[in-house]
Design a protein around this ligand. Structure first.
Ligand code: AMP
Length: 361
């Protein structure tokens, strides 16, 4: 079976690494000459709106999936005429726009911060008057890793905030005084069967994920599964979806969804019976899903900007290196390490060992 992937970054690369043993081949459509997934399959180098090359991709593959959500709606609609596309166009339409996403949470009764649609500075002034400060202004589309957002703490922060974010459609969200950030990665098959990985605790640095730790029997697991299940059912979703939550007042508030494999699920490569990458491929290909059970205690640390010396990383017991083969650049995710240990005390010790290497690099 040949799988077409829109986007050729590290997520596409790890999909191919998981799918190759299942007998799958891959083609990646990505305009970047140095797309790092190209090492694992065919690289169709073209813009996401280039219909000739989209048609070429559709003709060559059995189905198309995505490694990022900011795909133009027209691209998805065009491809859907010729080849099955998972997840569906509607899932991408909702997930790529924070207004649609938050409105869906509200309709489904999933708690989320108070929010308002912002089309102008006047809208912003009115929304600040009703939501209050602090608050977070975010572009509706194309924001990632803390980009395209601004925390508004004082009235002076509000003055030019709409222009500072580029005078594009935004939402204003109430600031959540969270005690932690968690995510739930789930997979739904074509026949509706759904499986959930354990909740993951996430730590961010300057808006970029730096550490994910898979939890054991988290008290909010069942609640998170209920919320994520509502979204999967509503969207008739097929594939892996990640749902990020704020932990607050002993409950959960929805932050955002990603209609794809997700950085907070990378630990599953070594830490779960079947990784998020393999399960995504199983789901979209109509194959039986794999077990989402955790194998031991597990964590993931991102390498941002550069990968520490390989020999030092792999000299740490229980440590598995994933080097994305990308040029090193400040703020860019260029690799990660997964840790899988027998017990939590060992895991904490090994996390500290990897963090020390990152600090040295
Ligand atoms: P996002 O791109 O929406 O995931 O936001 C990036 C990070 O900003 C989140 O992981 C949080 O640490 C922080 N953040 C986002 N929205 C809020 C909010 N409404 N209240 C408090 N912190 C937030």
């Amino acid at each position: 079976m040949k799988i077409g992937v829109i986007g050729g970054g590290q997520l596409g690369r790890m999909l191919a690494l998981a799918g190759t043993p299942l007998g799958m081949n891959f083609a990646f459509l990505d305009p970047a000459p140095d797309a790092c997934a190209a090492a694992l399959g065919e690289h169709i180098r073209a813009d996401y709106g280039d219909q000739d090359h989209l048609r070429q991709l559709a003709d060559e593959v059995d189905l198309v999936t995505f490694e990022f959500e900011s795909v133009p709606a027209e691209t998805v609609a065009f491809l859907s005429q010729f080849v099955p596309v998972y997840p569906c166009a509607e899932s991408l339409r909702i997930a790529r726009d924070r207004w649609f996403e938050k409105s869906m949470f509200k309709d489904l009764g999933i708690p989320t911060p108070e929010f308002a649609d912002i089309q102008s500075q006047t809208d912003l002034d009115q929304a600040v008057a009703s939501i209050g400060l602090p608050a977070v202004l975010k572009t509706r589309t194309l924001g990632y890793d803390g980009k395209g957002q601004k925390v508004l703490r004082a009235a002076s922060d509000v003055l030019d905030a709409f222009a500072e974010l580029g005078s594009v459609p935004c939402i204003l969200e109430g600031f959540v005084p969270f005690t932690g950030e968690v995510s739930l990665v789930a997979v739904r098959a074509r026949d509706g069967e759904t499986r959930f990985y354990p909740l993951v605790h996430n730590r961010h640095d300057s808006g970029i994920l730096c550490l994910s730790v898979a939890s054991s029997e988290h008290p909010l697991q069942a609640l998170a599964e209920d919320y994520v299940g509502r979204v999967l059912h509503k969207l008739n979703y097929v594939g892996v979806l990640a749902f990020e939550f704020f932990e607050v007042d002993g409950g959960l508030k929805a932050n955002e969804i990603a209609p794809r494999v997700h950085n907070s699920g990378h630990w599953t490569i070594e830490g779960a019976e079947c990784s998020q990458f393999e399960n995504h491929l199983r789901a979209v290909a109509g194959l039986p899903l794999g077990s989402t059970a955790k194998v031991g205690e597990s964590a993931m640390l991102n390498f941002i900007g550069e990968v520490p010396p390989v020999a030092k990383v792999i000299a740490i017991d229980d440590c598995h290196l994933h080097h994305y083969g990308k040029a090193f650049k400040v703020g860019r995710k260029v690799g990660h390490a997964t840790l899988r240990c027998a017990d939590r005390a060992t895991l904490d010790k090994q996390i500290a060992a990897v963090e020390a290497l990152i600090a040295e690099a």
